[in-house]
Design a protein around this ligand. Structure first.
Ligand SMILES: Cc1cc2nc3c(=O)[nH]c(=O)nc-3n(C[C@H](O)[C@H](O)[C@H](O)COP(=O)(O)OP(=O)(O)OC[C@H]3O[C@@H](n4cnc5c(N)ncnc54)[C@H](O)[C@@H]3O)c2cc1C
Length: 283
């Protein structure tokens, strides 16, 4: 289908972009990998597309002593091939195909809030912070509070994701992503990202992000808490897995029943935790 008519602007500065976004029916366009299909299906009909790809303030990766700031325009391909977080590399590599990874951006992937998005699960496991910019200035939202539902976030219509901030992995840290693909689309029927940090064989920090299961990607907080302080024995992990669906409205559809999704969530979480632990132990 041909998209409905729209005006197109390609601002060079953040200030200019925010001015355009303040107009009614304006929508940001980054890599276009989710928005353009919606336009073609006429599931979205914005009057104004604000193409943000030239805005230098939204681009690039900045490393600090304790954390790294990934600009909203950082592409999946860059996340897949570099960076110290294995869970993010694996989630980016598992996203779509080569063309999608070449064009899609991290800002678009979180702002779009696909209930089966891969990057959100990795970012939830790592405890990312979303930097948001709008007419009122800048604000920060922990990623666990960012997703509200299918394609819904805390972003206002006139706001942009400016960047994602991630803590650098300390020594003894490891992370991993596991995904069960829907055969035709390649999207996650279930995806789980896990991060653990070990000190003297004991888990002192952890994170688990789940996608494809509920109405939005979520952080499995109780499961994460149950890992901390343990030696990640089979019994410790089993206790955590029993809580992984807590608070999730587990979805069923023709591709996977809610029972199957729930079961596969526990299977993939066990694998992701094992992968994270192996990396943390230098394996
Ligand atoms: C064939 C195909 C296969 C795919 N497979 C997968 C997959 O396996 N896993 C997966 O997770 N995803 C998959 N995707 C989706 C895709 O990877 C991401 O959703 C997409 O890359 C989003 O980033 P973008 O830059 O393309 O965003 P766009 O499409 O440009 O925008 C998406 C939405 O985010 C908003 N937006 C974009 N950037 C910002 C910003 N900085 N601030 C505020 N709002 C913003 C837009 O207004 C729009 O609403 C697939 C897509 C295609 C076409």
């Amino acid at each position: 289908m041909i998209p409905a008519a729209f005006r197109y602007e390609r601002p060079g500065t953040l200030e200019e972009a925010l001015r355009y976004l303040a107009e009614p029916e304006a929508k940001a366009l980054a890599g276009g990998q989710s928005l353009l299909p919606l336009l073609r299906l006429r599931m979205a009909e914005p009057g104004l597309l604000v193409d943000i790809q030239d805005i230098a303030e939204l681009a690039g990766i900045q490393s600090g002593a304790r954390e790294v700031t990934l600009g909203a325009l950082v592409r999946h391909v860059d996340l897949a091939t570099s960076g110290p977080w294995r869970v993010l590399r694996e989630a980016a590599e598992a996203t779509g195909d080569r063309q999608v990874r070449r064009l899609g951006t991290i800002g678009g992937a979180v702002a779009h809030a696909d209930p089966a998005g891969d990057l959100p699960a990795a970012l939830l496991a790592l405890g990312a912070v979303v930097e948001i910019v709008g007419p009122g200035g800048r604000r920060e939202v922990p990623i666990g509070e960012f997703f509200l539902g299918p394609l819904m976030t805390v972003l206002g219509p006139d706001e942009l994701v400016a960047a994602l901030r991630l803590p650098l992995p300390g020594s003894g840290s490891g992370s991993s992503y596991r995904k069960l693909r829907q055969a035709a689309s390649g999207f996650a029927l279930v995806g789980v990202g896990a991060m653990v940090r070990l000190e003297a064989g004991r888990c002192v920090d952890a994170g688990i992000g789940v996608t494809g299961v509920g109405l939005a990607p979520y952080a499995a907080e109780t499961a994460r808490e149950k890992l901390i302080g343990t030696v990640l024995s089979a019994a410790d992990v089993e206790l955590a897995l029993a809580a992984i669906l807590e608070g999730a409205d587990v979805q069923g559809d023709p591709y996977a029943s809610s029972e199957y999704r729930g079961k596969m969530c526990r299977v993939l979480a066990a694998e992701a935790i094992a992968g994270a632990r192996a990396e943390a132990q230098g394996e």
